[in-house]
Design a protein around this ligand. Structure first.
Ligand SMILES: NC(=O)c1ccc[n+]([C@@H]2O[C@H](COP(=O)([O-])OP(=O)(O)OC[C@H]3O[C@@H](n4cnc5c(N)ncnc54)[C@H](O)[C@@H]3O)[C@@H](O)[C@H]2O)c1
Length: 249
C-alpha cells in the first residue's frame, strides 16, 4: 500500500520495539523515515535493511542541539517533515517515597520534555511541508494510575495534555496531533514481565508492536477528522474489571 507515499517522517526511539514497527510500517506505506534513536547499532541495522527510504539519525530526545540537527538532516535527505512520531520512552519503577529525584527527572525528561522539544523543533518543518501529523506515544499510564510508576504515569498524562495543547496551536497550520495509548506490548521494555499481567484484560495477552504501528499508520494516513484525542490500543485493559464477573462463576 502507499498511504504515506511522498511523506517524510521522524520516528523517535525508532531503533527497536514499537518504534521499529512504526518505522517498518511507514516505509512499507511509501514514506521516507528518519530512525531517530540513541541506539546506533540497532538503528543503523534497521535503516540498512529498509533501503534508501530509511536512514539512522543519532538523536537524544532530551538534547535541543540533537533535535535541531535531526530536523536539518532529515530535511536535507528527504524534504520537510510531515509526520513526527514521539515514541522514545523509558520506564523506571519506584513508589513515590522511594523513587529518587534523579530517577523521576530522567523519566519525565525523556518521555515528556523530549516530546515537547520535538514538537517545538519540528513545527516549522511541518509548516514547510504544508501540514501533517504528530503522534505522541503515551500509554494506558496516561489514562489511569499505576502503583510504583509515579514518574512514568506523570510523564504519560503530561504527554496526553501536551497533545491537546499542540493540537489547538497547530490546527491552523494543517497539523493534527493525537496520542496513542498502548497497553502491555511485547518489546525490550517489557522483557521479563510475566504474561499474567494481561490475564484480567478482555483480550488476555500482550499486544505486538505491529498492532500499535497499525494504529499509528491509521492516524497518520486516514484519521483526517481526528485531532487532540486519544487512540487506545490496550486489549481492553482500561475498559473495567472482570474480577466480579469471574467471582460469580
Ligand atoms: N511496551 C509497552 O508495553 C508499552 C506500553 C505503553 C506505552 N509504551 C511506550 O511506547 C514507547 C516505545 O516503547 P517500547 O516498548 O518500544 O520500548 P523500547 O525500550 O523497546 O524502545 C524504546 C526506544 O526509545 C529509545 N530511547 C530511550 N531514550 C531515548 C532518548 N533519550 N533519545 C532517543 N531515543 C531514546 C530507546 O533507545 C529504544 O530504542 C515508549 O514511549 C513507551 O513508554 C510501551
Amino acid at each position: 500500500m502507499n498511504r504515506l507515499s511522498g511523506r517524510t517522517a521522524i520516528v523517535t526511539g525508532g531503533a527497536r520495539g514499537i518504534g521499529a514497527a512504526v518505522v517498518r510500517g511507514c516505509v512499507a506505506e511509501g514514506a521516507a523515515v528518519a530512525v531517530a534513536d540513541v541506539l546506533a547499532d540497532e538503528g543503523r541495522a534497521l535503516a540498512a535493511e529498509l533501503g534508501s527510504r530509511a536512514r539512522y539519525l543519532r538523536l537524544d530526545v532530551t538534547s535541543p542541539d540533537d533535535w535541531a540537527a535531526a530536523v536539518a538532516g532529515t530535511e536535507d535527505a528527504y524534504g520537510p517533515v510531515s509526520l513526527l512520531v514521539n515514541n522514545a520512552g523509558i520506564v523506571e519503577f519506584g513508589a513515590i517515597e522511594e523513587q529518587t529525584p534523579e530517577s523521576f527527572r530522567r523519566v519525565v525528561d525523556v518521555n515528556l520534555y523530549g516530546a515537547w522539544l520535538g514538537l517545538r523543533t519540528v513545527a516549522p518543518s511541518l509548516r514547510r511541508a504544508g501540514g501533517g501529523a504528530v503522534i505522541n506515544i503515551s500509554s494506558t499510564a496516561g489514562l489511569m494510575g499505576y502503583a510504583n510508576l509515579g514518574a512514568y504515569v506523570a510523564s504519560k498524562w503530561g504527554l496526553r495534555g501536551l497533545t491537546k495543547t499542540a493540537a489547538l496551536e497547530l490546527a491552523a497550520d494543517g497539523v493534527r496531533v493525537c496520542s496513542v495509548h498502548p497497553g502491555p506490548i511485547r518489546t525490550p521494555m517489557t522483557e521479563g514481565m510475566d504474561e499474567s499481567i494481561a490475564q484480567a484484560q478482555p483480550i488476555a495477552r500482550f499486544g505486538t508492536p505491529e498492532e500499535v504501528a497499525r494504529m499509528v499508520l491509521f492516524i497518520a494516513a486516514e484519521a483526517t477528522y481526528s485531532t487532540g484525542c486519544e487512540f487506545v490500543v490496550d486489549g481492553g485493559a482500561t475498559t473495567g474489571s472482570m474480577i466480579l464477573a469471574e467471582a460469580d462463576e
